[in-house]
Design a protein. Structure first.
Lengths: 110, 112
């Protein structure tokens, strides 16, 4: 069983569209995260949720809206997509100590 | 969290030990040293972490100097599949809410 799963794995869309990326973890962890890895390969945290409550918001544009229906899910909705949003988005979860990451969603905005 | 300094790249021969250094001279007493790696096109993977004692698991060993200002990750018998970017991160273990901040890491290339 995959511990942290993201869907879709690849997403190609036009500028201005709205899209969502889903993340689910079956580890029973309390905290989930979204990270963005740009073309220069820097990994930056975007959001953190603990038990469905927003804990960290790293000055991400409000076009990005995370939603956590329960502590096993953290979805990322992006409005009005821009070219600069093209990146790989990683979901992760943690309880204490180490993080477990998903395999990433490669978003390409054309 | 304290900042870390790692060499941008290293090479290692297959079957040899890979020793990846990390400097964290401003580390605080309650900060742990974590190591993650990212194999191309995959999500980061936890390797090992420690506070002051040396640690070993099935993947690697972590050697932390007595003054805790630097550490070395050791992959005892590197394989081609160990080629990846290795990240050294120091952070306080305040439970699950504290974020993990990635630097540039070290690109380890294992050569046949």
């Amino acid at each position: 069983d995959t511990a942290v799963s993201q869907t879709p794995k690849y997403l190609v869309t036009q500028m201005g569209n709205d899209k969502s990326i889903k993340c689910e973890q079956n580890l029973g962890h309390d905290t989930m995260y979204w990270y963005k890895q740009d073309s220069k390969k820097f990994l930056k945290i975007m959001f953190s949720y603990n038990n469905k409550e927003l804990i960290i918001n790293e000055t991400v544009p409000n076009r990005f809206s995370p939603k956590s229906p329960d502590k096993a899910h953290l979805n990322l909705h992006i409005n009005s997509l821009e070219l600069g949003d093209s990146a790989v988005y990683f979901c992760a979860s943690s309880h204490s100590g180490g993080y477990t990451f998903g395999s990433g969603t490669r978003l390409t905005v054309v | 969290d304290a900042k870390t300094t790692q060499p941008p790249s290293m090479d290692c021969a297959e079957g040899r030990a890979a020793n990846l250094p990390c400097n964290h001279s401003t580390i605080s007493g309650n900060e742990y040293v974590y190591w993650y790696r990212q194999i191309h096109s995959q999500g980061p993977q936890y390797i090992i972490h420690g506070l002051k004692n040396n640690e070993t698991n099935e993947m690697a060993s972590l050697i932390i100097t007595e003054d805790r200002k630097s550490s070395t990750l050791i992959l005892p018998h590197a394989t081609l599949r160990d080629t990846a970017v290795y990240y050294c991160i120091v952070r306080v273990d305040r439970g699950s809410n504290y974020k993990l901040t990635f630097g540039k890491g070290t690109l380890l290339t294992v050569n046949p």
